[in-house]
Each structure stands twice: as structure tokens, then as C-alpha cells.
Design a protein around this ligand. Structure first.
Ligand SMILES: Nc1ncnc2c1ncn2[C@@H]1O[C@H](COP(=O)(O)OP(=O)(O)OP(=O)(O)O)[C@@H](O)[C@H]1O
Ligand SMILES: [Mg+2]
Length: 351
């Protein structure tokens, strides 16, 4: 078993800085999700952990052992790490059992032990009866399980998964998520799971590392990432956060009293009177009331359980989105928006 420590890990492709001095410590046995928009460097970080890329600067340790530094990397086969690719990468001419056994054979694992490990890995992913099938005779979800079984049969200390469920339909994705949690519990390895789907990251991970343009933005448990985003990017990316300019007025009963869009609001966070800050609010934090922030309705879209209402505050420029469960207002109506919850981002505006 092994934890992972990256210090100042940097990777450039020509002029693209795919990873910028990433510092990240993953605990032994932890389930960490790497979350971020397309092109932010998730696969690059995973490939560095696996040993498929050499860093330009910084250092990487697996279980305390240095496995990469500037210009040098221990090759993948010398690390106790398994990777599951998004594309499955199965050999089409080999049976399911043959695919799972292949890397074991390359590593010289004896035939008896090989058979035992293949059977165990296929049982773990629920494909015990599929050993003789060819990949073409499997569904997408079953192929994904074979790819996972192939990785688990190697008994890696660190399992790296690159968007393993991206090709599956929503229903199958959900049931596979529960299974990934079970695999993690049963084998006890460290899991690093790349996704750009925040709900998947929240459902699966002990902690989530959010990346943007090659840099780590925040590493936190799902709850605190959602409730207490550290940066503007995280606030907007996770949970459809909206940011409002706010001025801190003081403190009351452990909360901050601030002014946003011309109205007093009571929010979570810290700050000193007079500071200009950004306030993160989510659609579920907002409601329509008799008083509050005066705003004009710009759109109202019926979505079944709720009507999604977009408003423009009289004193603001950013559109606010909220969910209305009662009788919805009409486009052009003047309404009052009240705030049930909000979080003041830590940094001062302009600082
Ligand atoms: N082999 C390469 N050569 C040149 N540029 C590369 C290479 N691999 C990645 N990049 C660039 O590095 C950046 C990060 O790419 P990466 O594949 O890590 O992103 P990602 O977060 O995995 O994105 P996605 O969610 O789309 O898979 C991108 O700008 C990409 O174009
Ligand atoms: Mg990728």
C-alpha cells in the first residue's frame, strides 16, 4: 500500500504548461477524485503518477520512494501502480481471461497463481462467467469491468482511473459508481479517479482535488468543497455557484453581516468591517420573498419539479438563477430575492 506525494510537479509540452508546480499529498488507502474542466491537466497528472511521462521540475514519491524528478522517471512496470484507461484498451483477439492474465504473464507470474488471480479479479468485478468471451461479445459496462479486473489482478498499491465511466449511459454510470466504492473498500488500495463530472466526484471520493489550467485550486472533502469554496473558479465550477460583490459590515451570532446588491445579508465566512469580498451563492440558497434584493425576471423555464427562474438584480450586472417550487413569476416581473445561505470567499477583491 502506498500514499502519493507530489511536490512542485511541473510538466510542459512545448509552450503549454500542462502542470504548474503541483503540490499534492494523497493518503495511503484514500479515494481521491481529480476534478476539472477539459484540458486542465488531469490526464497529464495521472500519466506522471503512472510513469508514462517525465516531469520537467519537482518530485514525486510513492510510498515514500522517489519515483520521478526533473528529467527522470521510474518506468511504469517498476512501480506498483495500475491504470485503467478511458478507452478500455483491451486486446480484441484475446478472451476476457487472456486479457486479464496478459500482464501477469509478462511479469512472469507462474501459471497456477495466474489462474487464481484472474478468477479472483473476475469474481470481484462480477464477470466470473465471462472468462472465455471475446471483448466484442461484451457490453460497454462489461468491457470496463474487464479493464478494471486486469488492473486489480496486478494487485497495485495505487489504482489510477481516467474517466472510467465516461462512455457509459447515466443509469449504468450510477450503478458502477457504487461498485467502484465497493472495489475500493475491498482491496484497500489508494485510488486516484479522474473525472470532469462533479456529481461523480462527490459521490465517490474521500477528497476532491480541483484543477484549473494546470494548477491545483483546492483539495478538500466533498462537503467542504461545496460549502466553503476557496477560489472563484471552484465556486463557479462546483454546484453552479454565482458570485456577488459584497461589503462586510460586521459580525453577528457567528455569522457575517454584509451588504450585497443593495440589501443586507447574513452569510458564513470571515471578514472585517469595510472589506470588499465576493459572495458565493447557489440556486438552492435563493428564494423569492416579500423583501430582499430587488430584481427583474429575465427568464422562467419549467423543468418539472421546479421552475428555473433567472433574474437580474436592479443593483447588479450578474444574472442570478434560482429554483421556484411555487407559482412561478412571469418574464418582466419585479421580484424580491432572499438569501438563505451564502459563503464569503476568503480573498479580498483586488488583493
Ligand atoms: N502529448 C502532448 N503533447 C502536447 N500537448 C499535450 C500533450 N498531452 C497533453 N497536452 C496538453 O496539455 C494540456 C493538459 O492536457 P490533459 O490531457 O492533461 O487534460 P485533461 O484535464 O485530461 O483534459 P480532458 O478532460 O479533456 O481529458 C492540454 O492543453 C493538452 O492539449
Ligand atoms: Mg483527460
Amino acid at each position: 500500500m502506498a500514499g502519493v506525494t507530489a511536490s512542485g510537479l511541473t510538466k510542459r509540452f512545448g509552450r503549454t504548461e500542462a502542470l504548474k508546480a503541483v503540490d499534492l499529498a494523497i493518503e495511503d488507502g484514500e479515494f481521491l477524485a481529480l476534478l476539472g474542466p477539459s484540458g486542465c491537466g488531469k490526464t497529464t497528472l495521472l500519466r506522471l503518477l503512472a510513469g508514462f511521462e517525465v516531469p520537467d521540475a519537482g518530485e514525486l514519491r510513492l510510498g515514500g520512494q522517489i519515483v520521478a524528478r526533473a528529467g527522470w522517471a521510474l518506468p511504469p512496470e517498476a512501480r506498483n501502480v495500475g491504470m485503467v484507461f478511458q478507452s478500455y484498451a483491451l486486446w480484441p483477439h484475446m478472451s476476457v481471461a487472456g486479457n486479464v492474465a496478459f500482464a501477469l504473464r509478462v511479469r512472469g507470474v507462474a501459471a497456477g497463481e495466474r489462474r487464481r488471480r484472474v478468477a479472483e479479479a473476475l469474481d470481484l468485478v462480477g464477470l466470473g462467467g465471462f472468462a472465455e468471451r471475446k471483448p466484442a461479445q461484451l457490453s460497454g459496462g462489461q468491457k470496463q469491468r474487464v479493464a478494471l479486473a486486469r488492473c486489480l489482478a496486478m494487485r497495485p498499491a495505487v489504482v489510477l482511473l481516467d474517466e472510467p465511466l465516461a462512455n457509459l449511459d447515466a443509469h449504468l454510470r450510477e450503478s458502477m459508481q457504487a461498485e467502484f466504492r465497493r472495489f475500493h473498500r475491498e482491496i484497500g488500495a489508494t485510488f486516484v479517479y479522474v473525472t470532469h463530472d462533479q456529481n461523480e466526484a462527490m459521490a465517490l471520493a474521500d477528497r476532491i482535488a480541483v484543477m484549473d489550467r494546470g494548477a491545483l485550486q483546492q483539495v478538500a472533502a466533498p462537503q467542504s468543497l461545496y460549502r466553503e469554496p476557496a477560489t472563484e473558479m471552484v465556486a463557479r465550477f462546483v454546484g453552479r455557484g454565482m458570485l456577488l460583490p459584497a461589503t462586510v459590515r460586521g459580525r453577528q451570532n457567528g455569522f457575517i453581516v454584509a451588504e450585497a446588491l443593495g440589501s443586507p445579508v447574513c452569510v458564513r465566512g470571515s471578514g472585517e468591517a469595510g472589506e470588499q469580498r465576493l459572495l458565493c451563492v447557489r440556486p438552492a440558497d435563493l428564494g423569492l420573498g416579500a423583501s430582499g434584493i430587488a430584481a427583474r425576471v429575465t427568464a422562467a423555464t419549467f423543468q418539472g419539479a421546479a421552475t428555473v427562474v433567472t433574474v437580474l438584480a436592479e443593483a447588479g450586472e450578474e444574472a442570478l438563477t434560482l429554483e421556484c417550487h411555487g407559482a412561478p413569476p412571469a418574464e418582466g416581473d419585479l421580484v424580491h430575492v432572499c438569501l438563505r445561505d451564502g459563503w464569503l470567499l476568503p480573498g479580498k477583491v483586488g488583493a
